[in-house]
Design a binder for this molecule. Structure first.
Ligand code: ADP
Ligand code: MG
Length: 942
């Protein structure tokens, strides 16, 4: 246990004697024992004892001490004005932070001010703009396991995730829920297998996770903060009640899923300063979650997705999470699956890119969105590309229309530029943290909506027409804000200057009293000068003494009787009159009352707006989708993308490009890609740096983009619907990722072999590199046969095992592609052009030549190569070299192990060769293949 957390030992020793304030601190530390407690004392948040030492070190602030009748305590204080930047440091150091604010006005209580935790700041539940670095979603996840090890009693449910032949694993079914507290986006899904859970986590990359009893914690990324949460929050009955209070009846949702959502909501409430034992709601559970659980099925999202959005009716203002009212439950099988490895190697998103900030990512290359709403939607669409042809085509329709209409596209972009992040804004409204400026920003965004609708007046595609019809300008909300809130309101909420006086009769009266009083005072100077004849008489105001009439010493004899002395200065005296005093009191009373009233009225308006949060969220969703359509269209127009036809039988891309690499290359060479039922497995060879990896990724990205709804970088593209993209990069290619073990490579490979279908796209980049040539090749060969014979997935296999090219002669679906170097003017240069057939086996020597290795050495290398491999005869494509596996393996092992056990072509087969020939590689698992190889090697050593 971290000594900085929980109740400080030093205080525990003298618990009975603590001063009232320290007793409060002590109590809060005990309640929030998984967080650093920051305790408001005036303008500072203080921490004491061990926590103080920790905070001082992490935040680099001075450690002081506090002394009272009970002793001396280490103390560290961070200024409230600048608290967020310190809190950020504490989060980075791996802490949760419980913020305990004064919840009473110190002026109005005698004795110690009451404090309460108003929020618990955790990495996954951030809502403050200062802490949320970007517009991207920030998710907290919750995982439950309902297996025998889990808590639940029922496990009669079957959900997605089971691949070919693989049933649920022993702890499944699993429930997974994800929530972005800053926007209210909530997702939930179920899975039978932990693999599938890992895949979904890869999509969402949560910053934090809570787990139920017996749920595994090792599926999460290293940089995700994982902790168990209050066991009772996972109780099936309580979770269901809570879920229904937010979203209404979920119908036939899996128990594991419901428990995950329920516990996650409980955690979200907890971080908003809810009952720290939120899970442990006990007897008053019903009281706490008793919100009218009206059922509303259907399209709160109103989008083209076929998901079940369930919405509840959050009318009870008692909870502060009203804005979480739309749950997107999805089945992973409805989306193209991009697991973590694929997301990384395809470099879709920043935060997952293997090479950090080096490269532009796909989402960056595609991001021409105008507003934060669009940016997040773009992320979501790329994270979850569609599988349904009609839905994909509907998106393409919208993009097509916008691509063809520059004027419309630019108009919309300009309008959307004025759209605020109303999703985060409405969540602040609902949590009672929005300012008057926020409301005004909401107003300004709503004001844009009629223009957006007008811009879409002539739209023709069904998608855009429907979108236009669904754009609700929320005229009532806009009018309310406009009537109530000043145009350029104060940032502060308690000093007036936020509500228009006309909005409320009493407020108008108060403000006019104030105005009249001030006008009277403005006239006072002239009037008094006339009355007294003192030309230098001045009327002024100080914050301490209020209004005064100032007369310089030489004129004091002319001061009238009703002047009362208030203050003596060096060369003058200040006076008041009874009337001035009365006026002043009147002004102050009116002003104070008006400021208070403004705050009350503002809160009322804010609550009224919060009641409409669901409509605001629906609007946000539509504006976001429109923004993505416009963004897709801008990219398509700017970079010459084409509309793909998705749902074809074959994969036919003419002149395709890599959407990201082409931006960095001065001259990008387009390449075709053709795959169909007859030829679906390409073995790709060629020298290093010739373009193999780029080509494979561009094929995959074409599918991702097309299914996300975007156009694609190609002259023409007909594509099948791809259900999953698998990418595996050979160990030696991934050293930067620090995971370069052969075991990892094989585990990932096993995942492909177990889960790929004939609708999957598989990229194998130099797989089998992490081991010796012979077994690497054997594995490569076995994998090829298995995918070819059993799975039928569209596969691109880039390999340095030149021997693998021979397999094209044996397996009908396999064909060779190669990249070669061009000899122009005697120079060797990379052409980056893919061509049919296998590369020459001697390309290594070509590269040696390219690198400037002396001519004699290059020539001698050729000689040696010709001796060892008669099938390769210099540069150029080799359609087929006629070797079968046994021969190839023998050749390699001869070369590698200088004759220890290999024979030559003429002799009878050795034992080893016979054993090898007997292996049925096609039916072996990778692990069996490894074991067989180990045995073979052993027999060789004997
Ligand atoms: P390989 O996998 O064959 O070693 P890569 O695909 O990594 O080669 O490509 C190496 C470099 O060549 C890339 O980083 C890119 O800059 C460039 N490149 C690749 N393909 C093309 C292309 N089609 N047109 C232009 N440049 C390319
Ligand atoms: Mg490569």
């Amino acid at each position: 246990m971290d000594a900085a957390l929980g109740a400080p030992a030093k205080m525990a020793e003298r618990e009975e004697d603590l001063t009232p304030m320290m007793a409060q601190y002590f109590e809060l530390c005990r309640e929030y024992d998984d967080s650093l407690v920051l305790f408001q004392v005036g303008d500072f948040y203080e921490a004491f004892c061990e926590a103080a030492e920790r905070v001082a070190r992490i935040c680099e602030i001075t450690l002081t001490k506090r002394e009272d009748s009970t002793g001396e305590y280490a103390m560290a204080g961070i200024p409230i004005d600048n608290a967020e930047s310190y809190i950020e440091r504490l989060l980075e150091a791996g802490y949760r932070v419980a913020v305990a604010d004064q919840v009473e006005d110190p002026d109005e209580v005698s004795g110690v001010v009451d404090r309460a935790v108003t929020r618990v700041v955790t990495p996954g539940t951030l809502t403050e703009d200062e802490l949320l670095r970007s517009a991207d979603n920030n998710f907290v996840a919750c995982l439950t396991a309902d297996g025998p090890g889990g808590d639940a009693t029922t496990r009669d449910t079957k959900r997605a995730g089971g691949g070919a032949g693989a049933g649920g694993d022993e702890n499944g079914p699993y429930g997974l829920a994800l929530l972005d507290v800053s926007t209210g986006d909530c997702y939930a899904t179920g899975a039978d297998r932990l693999d599938s859970v890992a895949d979904e986590l890869g999509r969402f990359a949560p910053a934090e996770a809570i787990v139920g009893p017996d749920a595994p914690t090792d599926v999460f990324d290293g940089d995700c903060m994982v902790s168990p949460y209050e066991r009772t929050a996972f109780d099936a009955e309580r979770a269901r009640e809570r879920v229904e209070a937010y979203f209404g009846d979920l119908g036939l949702a899996d128990e594991a899923e419901v428990r995950a959502i329920g516990a996650l909501l409980s955690y979200a409430e907890y971080t908003r300063g809810g009952n720290p034992d939120a899970g442990d709601i006990g007897d008053d559970a019903t009281a706490e979650v008793a919100r009218p659980g009206a059922t509303a099925e259907g399209d709160a999202g109103g989008d083209d997705t076929g998901e079940a959005h369930t919405t509840g009716d959050p009318t009870d203002a008692a909870t502060t999470l009203d804005y979480i009212n739309t749950l997107t439950r999805y089945d992973p099988r409805e989306y193209m699956l991009l697991d973590r490895v694929a997301l990384e190697s395809l470099e879709l998103f920043d935060r997952r890119a293997v090479h950090g900030d080096r490269a532009l990512t796909l989402v960056d290359a595609l991001d021409e969105t105008a507003c934060a709403l669009g940016r997040r939607k773009l992320d979501d669409w790329l994270r979850r590309p569609l599988l349904d042809e009609d839905r994909i085509a509907a998106r393409h329709d919208a993009v097509a229309e916008l691509t063809g209409d520059v004027g419309l596209r630019e108009d919309l972009h300009e309008l959307l530029d004025d759209v605020y992040d109303i999703e985060r804004l409405i969540s602040r409204v609902a949590r009672g943290r929005a300012t008057a400026r926020d409301l005004r920003s909401l107003h300004d965004t709503l004001a844009v909506v009629p223009d957006v609708r007008a811009a879409l007046d002539d739209a023709e595609s069904a998608t855009l027409v429907e979108l236009r019809e669904q754009l609700d300008p929320l005229a009532d909300v806009r009018e309310l804000i406009d009537e109530a809130i000043q145009e350029d309101p104060d940032a502060d909420l308690t000093e007036g200057g936020i509500v228009k006086p006309e909005f409320d009769d009493e407020l108008a009266d108060l403000r006019s009293t104030e105005r009249e009083g001030k006008a009277w005072i403005d006239d006072l100077e002239a009037g008094e000068r006339e009355r007294t004849g003192i030309d230098s008489l001045k009327v002024g105001h100080t914050s301490v003494h209020g209004y005064y009439i100032e007369v310089t010493d030489p004129n004091l004899d002319r001061v009238p009787d009703d002047y009362q002395r208030r203050q003596t200065l060096k060369n003058s005296e200040r006076f008041v009159t009874p009337e001035l005093r009365e006026r002043e009191d009147e002004i102050i009373r009116a002003e104070d009352r008006a400021d208070d009233l403004e705050y009350e009225l503002f809160c009322e308006v804010r609550r009224d707006v919060a009641d409409e949060s669901e409509r605001v969220q629906a609007l946000a969703d539509r504006l976001a989708r429109l923004d993505v359509f416009v963004s897709f269209a801008s990219v398509a127009a700017k970079f010459d993308y084409t509309r793909p036809c998705v749902g074809a039988k074959e994969f036919a891309v003419e002149a395709g490009r890599h959407p990201v690499v082409e931006r960095a290359e001065e001259r990008f060479v387009p390449n075709d890609a053709h795959f169909d039922d007859e030829h679906f497995f390409a073995v790709i060879t060629g020298p290093n740096m010739s373009g193999k990896s780029t080509y494979m990724r561009q094929v995959a990205l074409t599918s991702v983009l097309a299914q996300a709804g975007s156009f694609v970088p190609a002259a023409e593209a007909r594509l099948p619907v791809v259900d999953r993209v698998f990418t595996r990069v050979g160990a030696s290619d991934d050293i930067a990722g620090g995971r370069s073990t052969f075991m990892v490579e094989m585990t990932e490979l096993a995942d492909i072999l177990n889960n790929a279908t004939d609708e999957s796209l598989v990229l194998l980049d130099e797989v089998g590199r992490g081991t010796s040539t012979a077994d690497g090749l054997a594995i490569a060969r076995a994998v090829t046969e298995h995918i070819h014979d059993e799975i039928g997935a569209t596969t691109l296999f880039a390999t340095h095992h030149h021997e693998l090219t021979a397999i094209a002669d044996e397996l009908s679906g396999v064909f060779n592609l190669h990249f070669e170097t061009e000899h122009a003017d005697g120079e060797v240069a990379f052409e980056h052009e893919v061509a049919p057939g296998a590369a020459a086996a001697s390309y290594g020597i070509e590269v040696a030549k390219l690198a400037g290795v002396p001519g004699e050495v290059v020539d001698r290398s050729r000689e040696l190569l010709d001796e060892s491999d008669p099938g390769s005869d210099g540069p150029g494509a080799v359609e087929s070299n006629g070797h079968d596996l046994e021969e190839n393996v023998r050749v390699s092992s001869t070369a590698d192990e200088s004759g220890s056990g290999g024979g030559d072509d003429s002799g009878p087969p050795s034992d080893l060769e016979r054993e090898l020939a007997d292996l049925d590689v096609a039916t072996m698992t990778p692990l069996e293949a490894m074991n067989a190889l180990a045995e073979l090697k052993e027999s060789l050593d004997e």
